[in-house]
Design a protein around this ligand. Structure first.
Ligand code: ADP
Length: 176
């Protein structure tokens, strides 16, 4: 019998953008079950709280399902606040999916893959190259442009663009 592949695609998704959605769509076609793991941001305060980032990703995945782009493939969105390899084990995953944009991503990603492999040999890291169309795109770039009132509508789904506008209005009003 063919082995069932379960993959975790982890990220902070602060906010979700079209490069992420492209990886989700492609990864979902490679595995039997895909878990999009939304991480707390340990390094610094995220622009959007964890629950809102989870809501954003879920909303877009539901939209993809509605458009029937993910025929029969199970994609779930699950928040996690622990070590990625522990989360992957809890989910019964045998793969971690990462997107690679450019050589600048490579050093960090290569190091993380080695560390993670050392932590759990049952889980391997699989990289998907960013689509040429989105290889320049990052959440930090989106946040930067949105913070100055620039249009990000070409890079994020409409609900996310709206959430960014509301969040920046709130920051302008309240200072945080
Ligand atoms: P970002 O790097 O955009 O701030 P994350 O930390 O949430 O976002 O990234 C989660 C995963 O998505 C990582 O594997 C990252 O390499 C990948 N990723 C980010 N942006 C892109 C993109 N434009 N195309 C493909 N993969 C991407």
């Amino acid at each position: 019998m063919r082995r069932v592949h379960v993959a975790v695609y982890p990220g902070t998704f602060d906010p979700l953008h079209l490069g992420h959605l492209d990886i989700i769509r492609r990864a979902s076609q490679l595995v039997d079950r895909l878990i999009v793991g939304v991480a707390i941001n340990v390094g610094k305060e995220p622009l959007f709280p964890l629950e809102e980032r989870v809501r954003m990703v879920r909303g877009e995945i539901d939209a993809l399902y509605a458009a029937n782009a993910m025929n029969g493939i199970k994609v779930e969105v699950v928040p996690f606040e622990n070590l990625l390899m522990h989360f992957a084990a809890d989910q019964g995953a045998d793969m971690v999916i990462r997107g690679l944009r450019a050589v600048t991503d490579f050093d960090y990603e290569f190091q993380m893959a080695q560390i993670n492999r050392h932590l759990d040999r049952a889980v391997d890291t699989v990289y998907l190259p960013a689509s040429a169309h989105w290889s320049f795109l990052s959440s930090s770039g989106v946040r930067e442009v949105a913070a100055w009132g620039g249009a990000v509508d070409d890079w994020v789904p409409p609900h996310v663009a709206e959430a960014l506008r509301e969040r920046h209005d709130q920051i302008a009003r309240t200072g945080h």
